[in-house]
Design a protein around this ligand. Structure first.
Ligand SMILES: NC(=O)c1ccc[n+]([C@@H]2O[C@H](COP(=O)([O-])OP(=O)(O)OC[C@H]3O[C@@H](n4cnc5c(N)ncnc54)[C@H](OP(=O)(O)O)[C@@H]3O)[C@@H](O)[C@H]2O)c1
Length: 395
């Protein structure tokens, strides 16, 4: 990206498990040792800092130990000395925790080049077995790609809301999936906006905000009058559809007014923000289908699920990447690709073809991005400024 002496800094949310952990591993490997047919090699002087955002120090430490073990045989010592693994604690469902993490990130890093908005929850309750049987019989691959039999909690709010709901003025509702999957990231990014602006004088490439979406996005699960998905029976899919609209809409002319307000560097105390800077860009990706514990099911169901994934791949599904490291292909590609102007404004997924290996494929977005973007951005900005005022008044 840039060749200055500052390290390239990547922040990854939900980096202690599944895809987030795999993104960390893959980013490091490809940053220092790009494949022959891949990106241009980073200069020998380039260094990389990967900051793992997790919900506890213990989770961060065990992820760092795992990454170090993974890299032992994959990175030469010369590259190892140019890598720093750091961490920050954050609960994306709690605006207070987000603010504390933002303060720490701003004090640690002058510039953050890549943010992987990866952390997410599925408010999973149980499997609807009759529905599962019906979908499996009707279309086995679809049943293991976009399962319609995950029963999810309707009206689930963040714990912070339940804990503080008897405060004098009730706190506004935050839908559980909406908060962790979208709004927590959205709020954090604004709070660290100065680190995401590139210098226009140098000039420098814009920071890349890589949102991890899903192949399960479905416009039928999204309601512009309930963007938090509080009334939805599929709040996870609603949050992922919202992510598509938010990111792809960020390139539309009617959204620029909101985008400008969002990406403006907040003024802090006496120092005024630099005048000539380049704001970050939003990119959207998904990992295909990978085997993780995002939906907590018993061990025997996990085995059956993974066997099903292999069958799907054998029968030609390109999306069953299964291994999170393969799922990390598209997210890492969006970060390191030199051709960002060619890939922005489209959704890219990790894919894996039996016999042909892994690849990145463009994924069709069915949502009416043009119809909803301005309204959605307006609502997100209203919610963000509301929370900001509210939290400042509580200080
Ligand atoms: N698995 C798939 O097939 C698949 C398919 C499409 C898209 N995706 C997307 O891939 C991303 C990663 O999912 P995954 O499958 O790797 O699941 P995962 O292993 O469960 O990882 C989710 C991560 O998010 C973190 N997280 C959840 N709520 C959080 C909160 N409130 N604050 C901070 N961190 C929080 C979790 O932390 P804890 O460990 O503390 O819970 C965990 O590290 C998600 O965006 C998901 O939608 C996955």
């Amino acid at each position: 990206m840039d060749s200055h002496c500052l390290p390239i800094v990547a922040l990854i949310t939900g980096a202690n498990s599944g895809l987030g952990y795999a993104i960390a591993c893959r980013l490091i490997v490809e940053f220092f040792a790009p494949k022959a047919d891949g990106y241009p090699a980073s200069p020998d002087s380039a260094s990389l800092t990967v900051c793992l955002a997790t919900r506890s120090t213990q989770k961060a430490q065990s992820a760092i130990a795992g990454i170090n073990a993974f890299l032992a045989s994959r990175l030469p010592q010369s590259a190892r000395s140019r890598l720093e693994l750091a961490h920050v604690i954050i609960d994306l469902s709690s605006p207070k925790s987000i603010i504390a993490a933002a303060v720490e990130l701003r004090s640690k890093y002058r510039r953050i080049h890549y943010v992987f908005c990866n952390a997410a929850v599925v408010p999973f309750v149980r499997i609807d077995w009759p529905m599962a049987a019906r979908q499996m019989v009707t279309n086995f691959i679809e049943a293991l790609t976009v399962p319609r039999y995950k029963v999810q909690g309707v009206g689930w709010l963040t714990e912070i809301h339940s804990r503080e709901s008897h405060a004098k003025e009730p706190l506004p509702e935050l839908g559980a999936a909406f908060a962790a999957n979208v709004f927590g990231h959205y709020y954090l990014l604004h709070e660290i906006m100065e680190t995401l602006h590139a210098s226009a004088i140098a000039p420098d490439a814009p920071s890349r905000i890589i949102w991890v979406g899903s192949i399960e996005s479905d416009p039928l699960t999204f309601d512009i009058d309930d963007i938090q998905g509080i009334k939805s029976a599929q709040p996870y899919e609603s949050s992922k559809t919202l992510t598509d609209i938010l990111v792809l809409g960020s390139y539309l002319p009617e959204v620029q007014e909101y985008l400008r307000s969002y990406t403006t560097i907040p003024s802090r105390g006496e120092s005024s923000p630099p005048a000539y800077t380049i704001p970050p860009i939003f990119l959207i990706t998904h990992p295909g289908i990978v085997s993780t514990t995002i939906v907590a099911i018993p061990w025997w169901q996990t085995y059956a699920k993974v066997a099903g994934f292999w069958l799907c791949r054998a029968f030609g599904s390109p999306w069953h990447c299964i291994d999170p490291f393969i799922g990390a292909n598209a997210p890492v590609w969006l970060a390191l690709s030199p051709n960002v102007d060619l890939i922005k404004g489209r959704k890219w997924g990790s894919a894996c073809l039996w016999g042909d290996g892994e690849t990145v494929l463009e994924t069709q977005v069915d949502s009416d991005v043009a119809a909803y973007s301005a309204q959605l951005w307006s609502q997100m900005e209203t919610l963000r400024t509301f929370w900001k005022t509210r939290l400042e008044s509580l200080r």
